[in-house]
Design a binder for this molecule. Structure first.
Ligand code: ADP
Ligand code: MG
Length: 254
């Protein structure tokens, strides 16, 4: 199963992705976490891993990829980067970091001032995910950049399920309206995770989204905050994260 995690900046996408990925790995699944956020440099630390090399380099770098895209665009061809289907085990070792049954790769980061937009990364993320195949013992999580640009790039096309993380804010609720519309158009199932919400926050968000599609409400946790602030591995077990994993497992077996 391939899962896209989205939401506004700071809502907890990377935190929840790392914790659910760890929980699934503990349950024995082979997990791949794809960091598709070109501006976040902390996900590998939350997973307790080193920083992987940008996957864009596998294809000759961002510039070469951008040129390939431009040529395809001029010819009116679809942008096709991979010829064959890939399994998690096909990710070249140089572009993955791993520990036990959890692996992480990063599509690419913006490293330098003026190096151009992130469109080639979006095209690569989309192509990679469409190309990846998972077995019933494997799970891929894609941690996206804030907002909805990845929907514009069509990254969700290769995913089986979209998870939106909502924090109790005006921006999250407004963004959820847009995401509901976009995910419906893409024909993908959409579920919500409420994060850092107290009782009132939970009630307000339940009024904004389909309550039956809320998988969990994760409370604000001092332990999570401290580990996040220190850039430490998230070795924290929360019952709400286990509920999300239970749901994903039931989705795989059904
Ligand atoms: N449930 C939580 N309790 C406490 N702190 C949290 C919680 N979820 C996220 N955080 C903190 O909020 C900040 C933003 O989280 P992050 O996962 O980086 O958001 P995003 O990836 O959506 O930008 C981080 O400092 C993280 O440690
Ligand atoms: Mg993030």
């Amino acid at each position: 199963m391939k899962i896209l995690v989205c939401g506004k900046g700071g809502s907890g996408k990377s935190t929840v992705t790392a914790m659910v990925a760890k929980s699934m790995a503990k349950r024995g699944y082979n997990v791949l976490v794809v960091d598709s956020d070109e501006s976040n440099f902390g996900l590998h630390r939350q997973l307790g891993l080193g920083m992987p090399e940008d996957f864009t380099n596998y294809l000759g770098g961002k510039k070469a990829l951008g040129e390939k895209m431009m040529q395809a665009f001029q010819k009116g061809d679809p942008i096709s980067i991979f010829e064959n289907k890939w399994q998690i085990s096909d990710i070249p070792k140089a572009y993955a970091v791993e520990k036990g049954n959890i692996k992480m790769m990063a599509i690419g980061k913006i490293h330098n001032f003026g190096e151009g937009c992130a469109c080639p990364m979006g095209a690569l993320a989309k192509n990679l995910l469409k190309n990846m195949e998972t077995t019933s013992e494997e799970m891929i999580f894609v941690d996206t950049e804030a907002g909805i640009e990845h929907f514009g790039r069509g990254v969700e096309e290769g995913c089986d399920l979209v998870l939106m993380i909502l924090d109790p804010s005006y921006e999250s609720v407004r963004l959820s309206e847009k995401i509901i519309e976009l995910v419906e158009k893409a024909g993908k199932p959409l579920y919500f995770i409420l994060n850092r919400a107290d009782e009132i926050g939970i009630q307000l968000m339940k009024d904004a989204v389909d309550e039956t599609h809320i998988l969990a409400s994760i409370p604000s946790s001092l332990e999570v905050f401290r580990a996040g602030f220190a850039g430490e591995e998230l070795n924290i077990e929360l019952p709400e994260i286990e509920s999300i994993s239970d749901f994903l497992v039931s989705g795989i077996s059904s």
